[in-house]
Design a protein around this ligand. Structure first.
Ligand SMILES: [Zn+2]
Length: 353
């Protein structure tokens, strides 16, 4: 018996891997596009939401990437970024999320004349407004931003430096995203070295569209403490469950896997949730965490991901509890705040058990 989505919504959850430009409300896209004269495939919010899902689900990378041209087009002013960030927080809290890390690439939001700093501060302000609204509504949530560099761009340390500069002002980490095949993590070695010298946290998209060499570089050359997806790590696990050296290292070091089942279905990792590596990785005691990646493109929420996993792998509330605690343990916030998240998770799960 799957844990019903109504129960999943009540469970206190932590969202580690959620793209700000992949989680907009369709109604917001329509409103902001009209304001700036950006042409959309349709101006009906419900139809537009379907269009995003269908395009992401088409199996065509061109159509998948086209979806982001529309969301990014309406995230080019400070007001737009603030609104999207505020709604990100409100939507997460409404879904029962108590801590969320929103990742986005500031370099993609300068077409309207914003500077990198202005863009980061707009998102900061939006997250703060969202937290304030949610706290007042009795749904307290902490929300931070992870600054991303696009991995196909010319490697730079600029975004890593920006992340460190705002480490006490809403930015909790750094990431690289975008095309993985042909763009190994070590291209950004200088950025990761800079972050390590400054004792700053980062995650790396690795093991999603490319295999073990990408994961190995992310962990061993760059030093990531979390992996975006990392699902292809299963190719280092024998059919009898014996771990290869890299898989063993990642499990034993408790490097978090930010797993996004529905998103992986759309990008072809597997064709149904029951075949997703999540089941094997969880059984073998990796630090598995659950995220949405792009809620709009995958038409999902964190509660829905939990329900899907529960249905596919017969997880009960105790299993979901473990995944939430895993995520809290690997959140990019100080240890005392992670403990406080775990306390809230324990209390919330006790209330529904
Ligand atoms: Zn991602």
């Amino acid at each position: 018996m799957a844990v019903p989505i109504e129960v999943c919504r009540m469970l206190p959850k932590v969202a580690l891997h959620d793209h700000l430009d992949g989680g907009l409300r369709a109604s917001t896209i329509v409103a902001e596009a009209a304001a700036v004269g950006h042409e959309l495939p349709t101006t009906d919010p419900a139809e537009l939401a379907d269009w995003f899902y269908d395009a992401a689900d088409s199996g065509s990378l061109v159509r998948y990437l086209e979806t982001f041209t529309h969301t990014i087009a309406v995230m080019q002013t400070a007001d737009q970024l603030r609104r999207v960030a505020r709604e990100f927080v409100e939507d997460q809290a409404a879904d029962g999320v108590i801590h969320a890390e929103a990742r986005w690439a500031p370099e993609q939001h300068l077409a309207g004349g914003l500077t990198l700093v202005e863009a980061v501060e707009a998102v900061r302000d939006g997250l703060a407004e969202g937290m304030e609204v949610c706290a007042a509504a009795g749904r307290p949530i902490s929300a931070r931003q992870i600054l991303t560099s696009m991995r196909h761009a010319t490697p730079t340390t600029e975004i890593a430096e920006l992340a460190v500069a705002y480490r006490h002002d809403s930015v909790c980490g750094f990431d690289i995203a975008g095309a993985e095949d042909g763009y190994p993590p070590s291209r950004f070695q200088a950025a990761f070295d800079y972050l390590k010298r400054n004792n700053f946290e980062f995650t790396i998209h690795a093991g999603e569209a490319f295999g073990l060499p990408s994961i190995w570089e992310a962990v061993q050359l760059c030093g990531a403490s979390r992996l975006g997806h990392g699902v292809r790590l299963v190719s280092d696990i024998a059919p009898d469950g014996t771990l290869g050296e890299l898989a063993g290292y990642i499990r034993d070091r408790r490097i978090a896997l930010e797993l996004c089942p529905s998103s992986n279905l759309q990008t072809g990792i597997c064709s149904r949730i029951a075949d997703h590596p999540f089941g094997l990785l969880a059984k073998l005691q990796f630090r598995v965490t659950v995220s949405c990646d792009n809620r709009l493109m995958s038409r999902t929420t964190l509660s829905r991901e939990f329900e899907l996993l529960s249905d596919a792998f017969d997880y009960d509330v105790a299993d979901l509890h473990r995944f939430c605690v895993n995520a809290a343990k690997s959140a990019f916030v100080p240890f005392d705040q992670r403990l406080a998240l775990i306390d809230r998770i324990n209390e919330g799960f006790a209330a529904v058990s």
